[in-house]
Design a binder for this molecule. Structure first.
Ligand SMILES: [Zn+2]
Length: 319
């Protein structure tokens, strides 16, 4: 297997949201990538500029942030041709390859651009990848924070030679970070891309991580239908597969995330989380995470829930 560490630069509508093409908020104008062997030695690099077709006038934010001249973009390639060249380069060794990115946005935006040009078969479904921002955070920052690439480079004391915000430079910095990550963490914390949410039960995805399990459910036309899916609401113990007894029913504070507390007689408390997401086409799908909790964590959750209920009651009384 080879690692493809990829970074993109993009532009957006200079008129803001009003001028944006639905499903394609950002237009990719540069692809930079570094290919590494499994032992993490660099094999080769890729860098191409793309002439924008949709958002031709460079957005002021991009103009300030990037170090690309509009004249250079004029000489850039067409997206479909560059994309084909890029995929050929990815496959060059004839080995399976896995994308590595800083955060989850780059693969999402690249697929949106592919979709615009009717190139939906560029990526495998499901698309597994390594989100190095997430893995770096787990290994170096307790898993809570999302650090910028520049911040991570500083934290590791890596040499800063070139400016950030050019695709290849950022990919090179990201590749340097990849070299520092523990192979075990990398193997354990891979990510799955959500751009192509499952179309059917058969396509649903389940991944096990240390301490928790993630399940991506099939898409539905409406949010109501998605939330009614019994398979999504049931909490099974990740260790024995048995259905766990509900202690706190599903509740939500923001309509985006739902939580519940259950208990497996044998293996203890389980926190369920339903994350409601939308596809570009307007369908709804649910990502469920089941995490094991200690007795103390379960108690904290109960206390927190009780306080919330009391607060709501009080609020009503005052009204
Ligand atoms: Zn169990």
């Amino acid at each position: 297997m080879v690692y493809i560490v990829m970074d993109l630069e993009w532009t957006q509508s200079s008129e803001g949201k009003a001028g944006a093409v639905p499903g394609m908020p950002f237009e990719v104008i540069e692809i930079g990538a570094v290919k590494l062997k499994e032992d993490r030695n660099v094999i080769s690099c890729f860098q191409r500029l793309i002439k924008p077709r949709v958002y031709k006038k460079l957005h002021y934010a991009a103009r300030e942030l990037l170090h690309i001249k509009e004249q250079d973009l004029e000489n850039g390639g067409d997206f479909p041709a560059v994309m084909e060249e890029f995929l050929l380069w990815c496959r060059q060794e004839g080995e399976e390859y896995r994308f590595c990115t800083w955060g989850s946005m780059d693969l999402m935006e690249l697929q949106r651009n592919c979709h615009y040009y009717e190139m939906d078969s560029c990526f495998s479904i499901p698309l597994f990848y390594y989100d190095l921002q997430k893995i770096f955070s787990i290994e170096y920052a307790g898993g809570k924070e999302s650090l910028s690439l520049e911040h991570a480079v500083e934290l590791l004391g890596l040499k800063k030679q070139e400016d950030f915000h050019r695709a290849l430079t950022d990919a090179e910095y990201t590749a340097e970070i990849l070299k520092k990550l523990s192979p075990d963490k990398l193997r354990q914390y891979y990510s799955v891309d959500y751009y192509h949410a499952p179309l059917s039960r058969k396509q649903e995805i389940q991944i096990e991580f240390p301490g928790y399990v993630k399940h991506v459910f099939q898409r539905y036309e409406t949010r109501e239908k998605a939330l009614k899916d019994r398979a999504a609401r049931i909490v099974r113990c990740p260790l024995c597969g048995k259905r766990a007894a509900r202690k706190i029913r599903w509740y939500s504070n923001n309509m985006k995330n739902y939580y519940s507390l259950s208990e497996c007689k044998e293996h203890g408390f389980l926190r369920g989380k339903l994350h409601v997401r939308k596809t570009d086409g307007g369908d709804t799908y649910i990502v469920k995470t089941i995490r094991r909790l200690s007795g103390q964590e379960a108690q904290d959750m109960k206390d927190c829930c009780r306080k919330q209920r009391e607060r709501k009651k009080k609020h009503k009384a005052i009204k």
